[in-house]
Design a protein around this ligand. Structure first.
Ligand code: GCO
Length: 444
């Protein structure tokens, strides 16, 4: 099972990487890591499949050298990882030296293998101590995130290739405070709007700390929504515009135009924190690149009988992954071309996450995942079409290096290029990993 492309089909210097996140793979019970809001949310019955948490996960805390050897064996250029705030500052403000020591060892081990460390500062690992004061509903939290940023970048900033401030602010704020799908599991428009601003303020605050520290390769990672109307009737088209405001324009307008979208402020601006307008310059300071996470499209229909946003999702007809997400590579192409044309222009773009969950099994020591090989091939062909159209694509990261803790779905959804037996922690590279190795480890 091979891809239809090789590294030679991509521009010189295009980066192929594998991505993970701290809480999903490290093992939060190791290394004096503190409690996070994921530990407590998972402990509450009904929130997470099997009430699973990240206390052990893939034991990357102890097995990172083996995992980095796997990345190297695949010919990948880069490793995207995150630093857990709960590990660096268990009480939200006091440095845990064991935590910084771990990330120091990790970055050295990455660079020793000739791999580029791509750091994400926040991938949802909020210390319980910060949750205690209201988490992203409280303006204090983004300000304290600046302190965590400073602690991390002072320790490993000299060796990382690039830094992303926040992973998926839409998930941090909307999914977690309006839809209730992730920790802290709130379903409240006022909580959501305050979090939607404060997570952007956290980005701006961290950017300032990073620039003051001389960092010059900075970005943010967004899971923008590619929404399509369920029909061409006016209500569905209007609902899709609202979907677009919540999933895409809220972030892109604030980051690149210095204001939030008027239609959303008109609808729910009364729930915004006082004085938010004063933060917009900090939020919209220049980036060096933008990361886009893409998995599938959203199909939107009007729900006028419901309160704002007056919309519902619709299940689409296309083949789906283990998550129930449609496989739709065309959406990636449309999203990247739109972002390039409307917002980013010459700013380098990266696909910082793309991949699929599949009910992978080991048969005779092998893990064949032809559906994932085709998924990656089709989405990387979409990236090639964007490049051919002049979109400055700088890299692509497969999600994920390892099967791991898939948040509210626990460990039953397998996204890895590498299969993990959670009983034995044995890693087995899948056919999709081998397809990458064949395609990208070829010397130019
Ligand atoms: C995300 C997160 C990842 C998920 C992956 C699959 O994009 O939601 O960055 O942590 O595990 O996307 O849902």
């Amino acid at each position: 099972m091979a891809f239809s492309f090789t590294r030679q089909d991509f521009p010189e210097g295009f980066m192929f990487g594998a991505a993970t996140a701290a809480y999903q793979i490290e093992g939060s019970k190791f290394g004096k890591c503190g409690s996070s809001h994921w530990d407590t949310w998972a402990a509450t019955p009904g929130n997470v499949v099997g009430a699973d948490d990240g206390s052990v996960a893939c034991d990357h805390y102890h097995r990172y050298a083996e995992d980095l050897d796997i990345i190297k064996s695949g010919g990948f250029d880069a490793y995207r990882f995150s630093t857990s705030w709960a590990r660096v500052m268990p009480d939200g403000k006091t440095i845990n030296q064991d935590g910084l020591d771990y990330y120091d060892r990790l970055v050295d081990a990455i660079t020793e293998r000739g791999i580029k460390p791509n750091l994400t500062l926040y991938h949802w690992e909020l210390p319980s101590a910060m949750a205690d004061i209201g988490g992203w509903m409280n303006r204090e939290t983004p300000l304290r995130f600046g302190d965590m940023t400073r602690a991390v970048i002072e320790r490993i900033g000299d060796r990382v290739e690039r830094v992303a401030t926040i992973n998926e602010p839409w998930c941090v704020a909307w999914l977690s405070h309006f839809l209730g799908g992730q920790a802290p599991g709130l379903r409240d428009i006022r909580a959501a709007m305050r979090a939607m601003h404060h997570i952007q303020l956290a980005h701006g605050t961290a950017m300032q700390v990073l620039r003051d520290h001389g960092q010059d390769n900075l970005g943010i990672v967004l899971n923008l929504g590619h929404g399509e109307p369920a029909s061409q009737n006016a209500d569905d088209i209007a609902a899709t515009k609202t979907f677009d405001a919540i999933h895409t324009r809220w972030f892109m307008d604030s980051l690149f135009k210095g204001h939030y979208p008027k239609d959303m402020i008109d609808a729910v601006g009364q729930h915004m924190p006082d004085g938010y307008e004063n933060d917009m310059d900090l939020i919209s300071q220049p980036l060096d690149w933008l990361g886009i996470n893409y998995y599938t499209r959203g199909i939107v229909k009007a729900a006028p009988e419901q309160p704002w946003p007056h919309m519902d999702g619709v299940e689409g007809p296309l083949p789906k992954t283990q998550m129930g997400w449609e496989i739709y590579p065309e959406g990636l192409e449309m999203l990247l071309k739109r972002i390039h044309a409307e917002y980013t222009f010459d700013l380098p773009l990266m696909v910082t996450e793309n991949g699929m969950a599949n009910d992978d099994t080991i048969e005779n020591g092998r893990c064949d995942d032809p559906v994932r090989v085709k998924y990656f091939d089709d989405h990387l062909q979409a990236v090639l079409r964007c490049i051919a159209d002049g979109v400055p694509m700088q890299g692509y990261f497969g999600w994920s290096l390892l099967d791991n803790y898939e948040w509210a779905f626990g460990y039953e959804k397998r996204f890895g290029l590498v299969h993990v037996d959670y009983e034995t922690q044995v890693r087995t590279p899948k056919a999709s990993f081998e397809a990458f190795r064949q395609a990208i480890s070829t010397n130019r």
